[in-house]
Design a protein around this ligand. Structure first.
Ligand code: HEM
Length: 594
């Protein structure tokens, strides 16, 4: 023992510990670190040409900033919401730069529609530039492509995206929207019967997404993929196994784990993760059977022209047919077709990639069409609950267009613009797809229009190499500058929307597809499912509002204002933005003039 002690102590005394070297170096290391961060900050400020903005430790929306709450030191994902009334006003600019000094690259936020359009079109305006200068961020794309190539992640400059968009675009046509109309109507009727609404005069809905998200999921499943899912399907089959429908719901609701987290995370012994694993297994097996059946169906139709009475009109089948007809360079190969739609198969139904395969597109389609539509419908119902006057106005239109004796038809869509306006206004206030991100792929310029009332002047100095014109400032954009979060600030900009914090659905009456609206984005990457979503919304809201008045379901002693605060003040920021689980009450309406 003594010997051991002596040995170790002699070793210790003859060789100083690592810390013995490091401690005296700490002040120097700290100084180097601080200098390097100051240099990073200064070069970031120079890179964005000293645009007004904020200096922050972490790049907004990146990891870890995006995972932490918005606060005085972390801009996070919620800043454009929480500071919506003052961020751009206080900084005196509609386009601002957020320059990080610890992690990340300088990022621009803009609330100006012209600037947003330049970015989303991919090109700076008015400079004769042919090349694409802004594109999807590679980092974001890598994250979404973890499970395979898909329409949302592909870069606009890639041929892959052009091919997918052309073929997929052909599936989004009137035939599909009519199907969406009919299926939403049928699903609404099923819901009414299943929840026994026909026997009640008031219906309490403590968690609105329980109906809106379920509706959105069923419509995507039926019209996007042609599955005959049912409102009443129990989560478990008679043999105790998870139903396919339930597995799809679980996968759609866990898209953060499925999309963002590394693979091993799903295997952690955390509550709920076993369900996600089971859902993967169940859904994959179902998809295998489904794809084989669909392959046989389309191929047995010869040239893919199955257009008889029984022909399917769901998006997937239409896309398969369109691709069969396509000749030349835009034709997708079998793997690409399947990858877009289901992603589970490495060849046209021939071989199945278990669990880990290219299943990203399932989630991308679901997440692009399911959460967005479900959340916007929830926001619409919640906002209507505290705006009885708007409900009355909409009801008047519904009764005059459809009346009480028949169901609305797809031909009524254009005439029900007040119904659609409520959905648009909810989407403006709560733009569920709030994370629109682009990156400058090479050094370029961006035209920044001067502030309102300051036409013809140049509000701030621009550095060497930057020229100005009477209407705008041209700002050089270095490669890899990030451009984020274009929907929220634009939708709240008083330049485009009078009294932007208020719910005024009348601002959209009779506007068709309104211009100053980026909720579905604009430019080549604008939402392909826009009409799909608005068709579903119009028929669902028409059916609901014709029979029911929506009211806030307040707690004992709670005022409507307090309810509204609870519902709207702190939305949930995940991949998509949503209002809280707002409880509402439906009260049966007296039929007018009946
Ligand atoms: C209220 C509902 C919806 C909203 C607010 C919405 C919003 C958006 C936005 C803002 C984008 C552009 C994203 C970007 O450029 O980064 C987008 C793209 C997309 N959306 Fe939607 N969407 C909705 C419903 C749907 C539906 C129902 C579907 C499909 C059935 C769908 C499928 C897609 C796809 C595939 C893309 C990618 C298009 C491309 O990059 O070429 N969306 N959506």
């Amino acid at each position: 023992m003594q010997e051991l002690y002596d040995r170790s102590s002699s070793t210790f005394s003859s060789r100083p510990h690592f810390l013995g070297y490091a401690i005296p170096l700490l002040p120097s290391l700290l100084a180097i670190f601080i200098v390097s961060r100051v240099i990073k900050l200064l070069s970031g400020i120079r890179a964005v040409n000293q645009l007004p903005g904020l200096w922050v430790p972490l790049q907004p929306l990146s990891n870890p900033s995006g995972l932490l709450k918005t606060s005085w030191w972390n801009i996070g994902v919620g800043s454009n919401w929480y500071w919506r009334g003052r961020l751009y006003k206080d900084l005196g600019s509609e386009t601002i730069a957020v320059v990080p000094f610890l992690i990340g690259v300088p990022t621009l936020f803009t609330s100006n529609l012209d600037v947003a359009r330049q970015i989303l079109s991919g090109q700076a305006q008015g400079h004769g530039l042919k090349e694409r200068h802004f594109d999807k961020s590679e980092a974001m794309g890598r994250m979404i492509m973890k499970w395979g190539m898909n329409l949302v992640a592909a870069r606009t400059s890639d041929d892959v995206w052009r091919k997918h968009r052309r073929i997929v675009g052909s599936a989004f046509n009137n035939q599909l929207y009519e199907l969406v109309w009919t299926e939403t109507l049928n699903t609404y009727r099923q819901m009414e019967a299943a929840e026994s609404w026909d026997t009640k005069d008031t219906v309490d809905v403590p968690i609105v997404p329980h109906i809106t998200s379920k509706m959105a999921l069923l419509i995507i499943a039926r019209c996007g993929f042609g599955f005959s899912f049912d409102w009443t399907a129990p989560p478990m089959g008679p043999d105790g196994t998870m139903s396919v429908q339930e597995s799809l719901r679980i996968l759609a609701d866990s898209s953060i784990v499925s999309l963002m987290a590394p693979d091993w995370v799903r295997y952690l012994p955390l509550p709920g993760f076993d369900k996600i694993r089971t859902a993967f297994g169940q859904f994959s097996a179902f998809m295998r059977r489904e794809i084989e059946a669909r392959t046989r169906e389309v191929r047995s139709a010869g040239d893919g022209d199955a257009e008889g009475a029984d022909a399917r009109t769901d998006a997937f089948t239409i896309l398969v047919r369109a691709n069969e007809r396509e000749t030349g360079k835009f034709r997708l190969d079998a793997q690409e077709v399947v990858s877009f739609s289901f992603g589970c198969f490495d060849a046209w139904g021939n071989r199945f990639l278990s669990g880990r395969g290219q299943i990203g597109n399932v989630f991308v389609m679901l997440f692009a069409g399911y959460e967005t539509t479900g959340h916007t419908l929830s926001a619409t119902l919640a906002l209507l609950a505290i705006h009885q006057d708007v409900q009355d106005e909409i009801l008047e239109q519904i009764v005059s267009v459809v009346g009480y004796d028949r169901d609305p038809t797809y031909a009524d869509y254009e005439k029900l613009d007040k119904v659609l306006s409520a959905f648009y206004e909810a989407l403006r206030l709560f733009p569920t797809a709030y994370l629109i991100m682009r990156e400058a792929t090479e050094d370029t310029v961006l035209d920044l229009p001067n502030a309102v009332g300051q036409e013809g002047s140049t509000p701030f100095a621009v550095t060497k190499g930057t020229s100005t014109s009477s209407a705008s400032v041209r700002i050089p954009m270095p490669t890899r500058t990030a451009l984020d979060s274009l929907t929220l600030p634009t939708e709240y900009n008083p330049r485009y929307h009078e009294d932007p914090q208020s719910f005024k659905s009348s601002r959209w009456h009779g506007t068709g597809e309104p211009e100053p609206f980026v909720g579905f984005s604009t430019g080549p990457r604008a939402c392909i499912g826009r009409k799909f979503a608005t068709t579903e919304a119009v028929v669902f809201l028409t059916m609901l509002l014709r029979d029911w008045r929506i009211e806030p379901m307040c707690r004992d002693g709670e005022s409507n204002d307090a309810w509204a605060e609870r519902a709207f003040a702190h939305p949930v920021f995940n991949f998509t933005l949503s209002v809280r689980d707002t409880p509402v009450r439906f009260v049966r309406r007296e039929r007018r003039g009946v």
